[in-house]
Design a binder for this molecule. Structure first.
Ligand SMILES: Nc1ncnc2c1ncn2[C@@H]1O[C@H](COP(=O)(O)OP(=O)(O)OP(=O)(O)O)[C@@H](O)[C@H]1O
Ligand SMILES: [Mg+2]
Length: 287
């Protein structure tokens, strides 16, 4: 039975995509799990980091990206086929990782979010546009142990499609005051989504990312985040903290041709941090 985890935060640049890629690669390679990454972000960063650009353009032309799934309701002839769109053995590690698949995004998704909002009511109760992803993927998700959904930096209709297929959501946060102040708002929106749709999606917890220990604000904020986790409804702040490092930032560059996880993620950081966080996340979801 697949466990689906959405990585969400309406704040941009907190490391959602970088984390999705690392978690997917560690889960597939070190734990032998069947992993699917669904790239719901119109920026398509996870797609660009996990597959060849030329192949991606070919799929865009054939309408075999997640973009087309959202566009089809406006077309007379639907063309999106989830099985055809799936990219098998994604990632640049060793030319592709067995058991790591990708549902690629398409850049036109950006304009589409606006069309979806105009075409369908904003409130989610009974809104069929919320379930486009769920309906398309329902017989594919059971093929996987873990599904990771990379969401855009918003809690709009596209992210809500991600929540509608998710068992839980993970919130990456840079431990800065403004980012931390946004967490209760995310929890409130997730709770509202649950109330309106009957979804059982659970906040899995908060991961501190791009942490700078020399920055006293970061360390104080991290302590406060841990202290307030239960009261403020985050559930849990993961023990593992992902430090800011050029190694983490550069690792996800697709053009590099790493032969292994250790080759892709420099040791001791960020390799050890992604490895530990993967174990923590899997433990939390019972895998
Ligand atoms: N641990 C890290 N250390 C240093 N840089 C990082 C780290 N994690 C991510 N970055 C860099 O920060 C930037 C934003 O990361 P990423 O794209 O993963 O964030 P995001 O939350 O997915 O952004 P968006 O909301 O725009 O999708 C990228 O340039 C990435 O390389
Ligand atoms: Mg991103």
């Amino acid at each position: 039975m697949a466990v689906t985890i959405s990585l969400i935060n309406m704040k941009g640049g907190v490391g959602k995509t970088t984390l999705v890629i690392a978690l997917a690669e560690f889960m597939a390679i070190e734990h032998g799990l069947k992993v699917l990454v669904i790239d719901l972000d119109p920026q398509s960063n996870a797609t660009a980091c996990l597959m060849d650009l030329k192949e991606w353009k070919r799929r865009n032309m054939r309408g075999q990206t997640i973009m087309r799934l959202f566009l089809d309701p406006f077309k007379q002839w639907p063309v999106f086929s989830p099985r055809e769109a799936l990219v098998r053995n994604a990632s640049n590690i060793g030319g592709g990782v067995d058991g790591l698949d990708l549902m690629p995004s398409g850049q036109e998704l950006m304009d589409l979010q606006d069309s979806l909002l105009t075409a369908f009511p904003d409130d989610c109760e009974g809104d069929t546009s919320l379930y486009l992803l769920r309906d398309a993927m329902h017989d594919i998700l059971p093929d996987y142990d873990i599904v990771l959904v990379d969401c855009p930096p918003s809690l709009g209709i596209i992210t809500q499609n991600g929540l509608a297929v998710s068992d839980c959501c993970l919130i990456p946060v840079i431990p800065e005051t403004m980012s931390i102040n946004g967490i209760p708002q995310i929890i409130t929106r997730v709770n509202r989504f649950k109330r309106l749709t009957g979804s059982l999606v659970q906040p899995l917890g908060v991961v501190a990312t791009r942490y700078r220990e020399q920055n006293s604000e970061h360390s104080v904020n991290l302590m406060e985040m841990r202290a307030g986790a239960k009261v403020k409804g985050y559930g849990h702040v993961f023990e593992t903290v992902i430090h800011e490092s050029s190694g983490a930032a550069n690792a996800v560059e697709y053009r590099r041709k790493p032969v292994s996880l250790r080759d892709k993620y420099p040791s001791p950081r960020p390799f050890n941090e992604y490895r530990q966080l993967t174990t923590e996340v899997l433990h939390c979801v019972g895998k």
